[in-house]
Design a protein around this ligand. Sequence first.
Ligand code: ACO
Length: 335
Amino acid sequence: MISKIRAAITGVSGYVPDYILTNEELSQMVDTSDEWITSRTGIKERRILKGKNKGASAMAIEAVKKLLHKTGTDPQEVDMLLCATVTPDYTFPATANIVSAALGLRQVLSYDINAACSGFIFALATAAQFVETGAYKKVVVVGVDKMSSIIDYSDRTTCVIFGDGAGAVLLEPDQEGYGLLDFKLHSDGTGCKYLHKKAGGSAFPVTIRNFLENQHYVYQEGQAVFKFAVVNMAEVCYEVMQRNGLKAEDVHWLVPHQANKRIIDAAAERMGLPEERVMLNIQKYGNTTAGTIPLCLNDYEQALRRGDNLILAAFGGGFTWGALYLKWKYDGHRS
Ligand code: ACO
């Protein structure tokens, strides 16, 4: 009997820039404190990409380069590269194209996916379809954001949350029952008013006026977003568990988007998971938007075992949210 082809993750990697922006440094820039940021978000520090004209691609290239090296993948073998980002180098061409060109991926289909903080899981589910149909055999999914390029560092309500970083995974076909088993993804455009970057798109090209009004930066109504996120991320995780017959003890890891520790705790509680089965690195990197989930997988790779059940979950601008259920394919660190 021929079993269904699934898309399994066969390698992970991550890249964060060197510069560490601490809560202490932020509290010299805006009216905030380490105590407020830590207790309200769980964040202690975040990374910032410095250097003239360095865009998100600079981090994505590093993450994908490491991934190809680690997995022994020849750039010529890569069939497809998807890049999840809301901070592309340019409006066009896609950052995925820039990354592919820089790494010598010549036989590749590459494009970007914009689903804000849910970008990585949206891209992973999309990429998996190409693997499951048999169309492609080696697919790279990279999540990257240079949030520092769209954050107003005089706005204490947003600047404490975000950081820069990238993470990448390799997807390959599997017929032994590993890989992506289920997903549930949602979008609700009525969330636009609570979380957006107004200027710089085709509706509001940057003008001197909207520039002076800081409309080229992220606008977020934190509490409204928080309320929606805390309920919906928890519910979608629970729903994916239910429809796959998973009890709390069957889930080895929750891999949550790292936006706010209180949102992560709520999801874990709804799922009945103890904190030692929840991946957490928000304290080191803050919210790197599309980068958070692959950066978590990279940080925890050593602890992962073949056959582990993982729930990946995210919530973000759009609104967008969802959860993926996947069975991990390999033991520990792949080198
Ligand atoms: N330091 C000190 N005080 C602050 C700060 C700060 N950095 N930021 C806000 N405050 C103040 C506010 O001014 C307010 O003061 P007031 O009571 O005198 O008016 C008070 O703290 C409470 O403000 P809230 O906005 O209610 O604080 P909250 O507990 O909601 O935390 C936060 C704010 C961290 C932004 C939270 O709402 C949150 O995490 N929201 C969800 C973020 C998220 O998940 N975004 C989605 C992903 S992002 C994307 O997709 C690109």
